[in-house]
Design a protein around this ligand. Structure first.
Ligand SMILES: Nc1ncnc2c1ncn2[C@@H]1O[C@H](COP(=O)(O)OP(=O)(O)OP(=O)(O)O)[C@@H](O)[C@H]1O
Ligand SMILES: O=c1ccn([C@@H]2O[C@H](COP(=O)(O)O)[C@@H](O)[C@H]2O)c(=O)[nH]1
Length: 231
């Protein structure tokens, strides 16, 4: 892929990563967040599904990896995300289903270089994930029992270390994804409302008393990892 550009230096961009197992409700919650909080929703999986439609070597490679539940090369997905961010014209992004592993996270840090305000982790037990995906009926090639199990393994082996990375840095906001979609959104809404309040407070504070970006963008951390999948 050609050079995709970058954001103007010094421009404040809000980024929230939304992570969870396959079928945990990331897309569902992102649609609700967008309506209420004005973010642009970028689903890494949707960007790849779009790219996989092209009749090129790259398109075929993406299609095959997705069908097997494997991850595409980090630089490829990071550049697709950056391109979509720049094209949107917005300055607030929900990045859904990314980063999937440590290499993704490091590629994002070196290419996009925008620290996420926080990471929303939608935690849900494996049996519920399987049930939801098998009932989803969106015609996805990877919504079959073998690929779902492979995707879940990738989530446990590669994505949970990223969850733990952000938890150690007090950036993780965990919600119980096993509840109904509306009940999950109630918890999600509280987290985003707190972010808004803190950002407004830091915008009106005098430059001398303004907290650092990390502190300003940090709602209170998630409850300790009582997560069904983390255990
Ligand atoms: N809290 C919930 N309770 C029950 N069903 C839900 C809930 N949230 C989402 N669903 C349903 O579960 C399925 C998966 O949800 P969704 O597509 O939002 O998950 P996802 O995490 O984005 O999945 P993927 O990672 O596979 O793209 C959908 O059919 C959705 O309607
Ligand atoms: O950062 C990413 C995100 C996704 N993939 C591939 O896409 C599928 C589907 O992702 P969903 O988020 O469930 O829509 C995933 O299994 C991977 O094959 C990726 O490689 N990198």
């Amino acid at each position: 892929m050609d050079e995709v550009g970058s954001f103007p230096p010094g421009k404040k961009i809000a980024v929230v990563f939304v992570i969870g197992g396959p079928g945990s409700g990331k897309g569902t919650q992102c649609s609700m967040i967008v309506k209420q909080f004005g973010f642009t929703h970028l689903s890494a999986g949707d960007l790849l599904r779009e790219e996989a439609k092209s009749d090129t070597e790259q398109g075929t490679m993406i299609k095959n990896l997705m069908r097997e539940g494997k991850l595409v090369p980090s630089e490829l997905i990071v550049k697709l995300l950056l391109k979509a961010m720049l094209q949107s014209g917005n300055d607030k992004f929900l990045v859904d289903g990314f980063p999937r592993n440590e290499e993704n996270r490091q590629a994002y840090e070196s290419i996009i270089k925008i620290e996420p305000d926080f990471v929303l982790f939608i935690d849900c037990p494996k049996e519920e994930l399987e049930r939801r995906i098998l009932n989803r009926n969106q015609g996805r090639d990877d919504d079959n029992i073998d690929t779902i199990r492979r995707r879940f393994e990738v989530f446990q082996e590669s994505t949970l270390p990223v969850v733990q990375y952000y938890e150690k840095r007090r950036k993780l906001r965990r919600v119980d994804g096993a509840k109904s979609a509306d009940a999950v959104f109630k918890d999600v809404k509280a987290i985003f409302t707190q972010l808004n309040t803190q950002n407004e407070a830091s915008a009106t504070a005098s430059p001398h008393s303004r907290p650092t970006t990390a502190a300003a963008g940090n709602p209170s951390p998630s409850s300790p990892a009582s997560s069904c999948v983390l255990l």
